[in-house]
Write a protein that binds this ligand. Structure first.
Ligand SMILES: NC(=O)c1ccc[n+]([C@@H]2O[C@H](COP(=O)([O-])OP(=O)(O)OC[C@H]3O[C@@H](n4cnc5c(N)ncnc54)[C@H](O)[C@@H]3O)[C@@H](O)[C@H]2O)c1
Length: 406
């Protein structure tokens, strides 16, 4: 396809570069390598050890792979023969790398959460539209059978009108202690790792994997899992009219990290109450579910996670309602769907418009957690009502030389 991909024939091969090669980036390599019409042509990580290891892993999967390796993602974006990038860097890089990729004429399969701030999500959408780009968020469960079936059951109306949704994820962050600062390894570009985030001295727990427990880069367990389970709520009832957000919680006590130790959030949408908790709701069977969604309707309830579904109507407890027809077209696979979209130029199932809306409550809940107060939201203007501090936290000034394109 190389450079002229906007007019690509569906039969053409798609040339992919993978940026960010930790646990999730290596899954990207494995998944895209398995697609018959994809050629992986570049790998990029600012950690040379991970870059080399992933290169070896790719060659062991595909001895014919012909890839260049990079430590600076901008050199990947400079290449006109690359059609698609995938991005599995830490969260504070997601938006900027995606926007720069759109501007360089590339489509993006980007990891969740969509963005670090709400303003970044707005800029992503503007740049996607302006450049006629394709974007899929890495919410892989969206493509699974269970979310399709739950959506059909909820939308069938058999449970009546859904008035309350309870979402939860158990478990908190590890206590990381207060380790001393160190010189970063010669093989790691720490300044690039920090990128647009505020400068901090290096210590290993701030970097690979455990970065997610620092509010400067992510939002802890809540931000890690919100989109996966909120996805089934957006897919099935697509709540609208968010107007207030109230978070309660605490920060870790014996840890350099500051993302929530636990967080509970009350969201009020038009005609819908949504509760996020760090423990399961008091519903039979949920004590064994680490993550889940519980829908309460006027005629019954439905409790689900990624793979299971329990329906309660009156005294009946069921796993399916066979009378509800299979009306929703099934996904051909999350990465397959994305590559097909790259070819057809039709947005994929976890597209940017949809996933940005789904991500907004996550951003707002973290702001309420930081400010320790209930916040009123104007969903048309996308701003808090009468709260300058909260509005300030909708964006973040980037550290030089990085800036967020409008
Ligand atoms: N969809 C899922 O189920 C799922 C599962 C796990 C992780 N994730 C997401 O994937 C992302 C990565 O998570 P992880 O656990 O693999 O983290 P990780 O810290 O193990 O890996 C991130 C990698 O990105 C590299 N990196 C950082 N900045 C970079 C840059 N500017 N250019 C190139 N490389 C850069 C790091 O050196 C590191 O190797 C996170 O956003 C996370 O939320 C998604």
């Amino acid at each position: 396809m190389s450079g002229t991909f906007r007019s690509v024939a569906p039969s053409d091969r798609v040339r992919v570069a993978h940026i960010g090669l930790g646990g999730q980036g290596n899954d990207h390599v494995k998944w895209f390598n398995a697609l018959p019409d994809v050629d992986i042509v570049a790998l990029c990580d600012l950690d040379k050890v991970r870059l080399e290891e992933t290169h070896k892993r790719l060659i062991s999967l595909n001895e014919n792979a012909s890839v260049e390796t990079y430590t600076d993602f901008r050199r990947v974006l400079d290449r006109n023969d690359i059609d698609v990038i995938t991005c599995a860097t830490p969260d504070h890089w997601h938006a900027l790398i995606a926007i720069m990729a759109f501007q360089s004429g590339k489509d993006v399969y980007g990891e969740k959460p969509l963005s670090y701030t709400l303003t970044e999500g707005q800029a992503m959408l503007k740049n996607l539209t302006r450049n006629n780009s394709i974007f899929q968020l890495g919410t892989q469960i969206h493509a699974g059978e269970n979310y399709h079936r739950v959506t059909e059951i909820i939308q069938s109306g058999k449970l009546g009108k859904i008035h309350t949704v309870r979402l939860w994820k158990t478990g908190g962050p590890p206590e990381l202690g207060f380790p001393p600062n160190e010189n970063p390894p010669d093989t790691l570009d720490w300044d690039m790792w920090l990128g647009p985030a505020p400068y901090e001295e290096y210590t290993p727990v701030r970097c690979h994997f455990t970065y997610r427990y620092f509010l400067d880069y992510s939002g802890g367990v809540f931000a890690d899992f919100w989109c996966h389970i909120a996805d089934i709520m957006y897919m099935s009832i697509h709540p609208e009219g968010l107007n207030s957000i109230e978070s309660r919680g605490d920060r870790p006590h014996d840890s350099i990290s500051d993302a929530p130790l636990w967080i509970d959030v009350d969201f009020k949408f038009k005609d819908l109450d949504v509760y996020w908790t760090s423990v399961p709701p008091p519903v039979p069977g949920t004590d064994k579910m680490g993550i889940g969604a519980h829908f309460e309707g006027t005629n019954g309830s439905l409790t689900c996670d990624y793979n299971t579904c329990t329906i309660r109507i009156g005294n009946e407890v069921l796993n399916d309602l066979p009378e509800v027809p299979k009306s929703i077209v099934r996904s051909h696979g999350h990465q397959r769907n994305f590559i097909d979209s790259v070819k057809s130029r039709k947005q994929p199932e976890s597209n940017l418009l949809y996933t940005r809306e789904m991500t907004i409550p996550m951003h707002l809940a973290i702001i309420s957690f930081r400010l320790k107060r209930k916040l009123k939201w104007d969903c048309q203007k996308e701003e808090f009502i009468g709260d300058d501090a909260a509005n300030y936290l909708l964006s973040r000034a980037y550290r030089s030389p990085w800036s967020l394109p409008a």
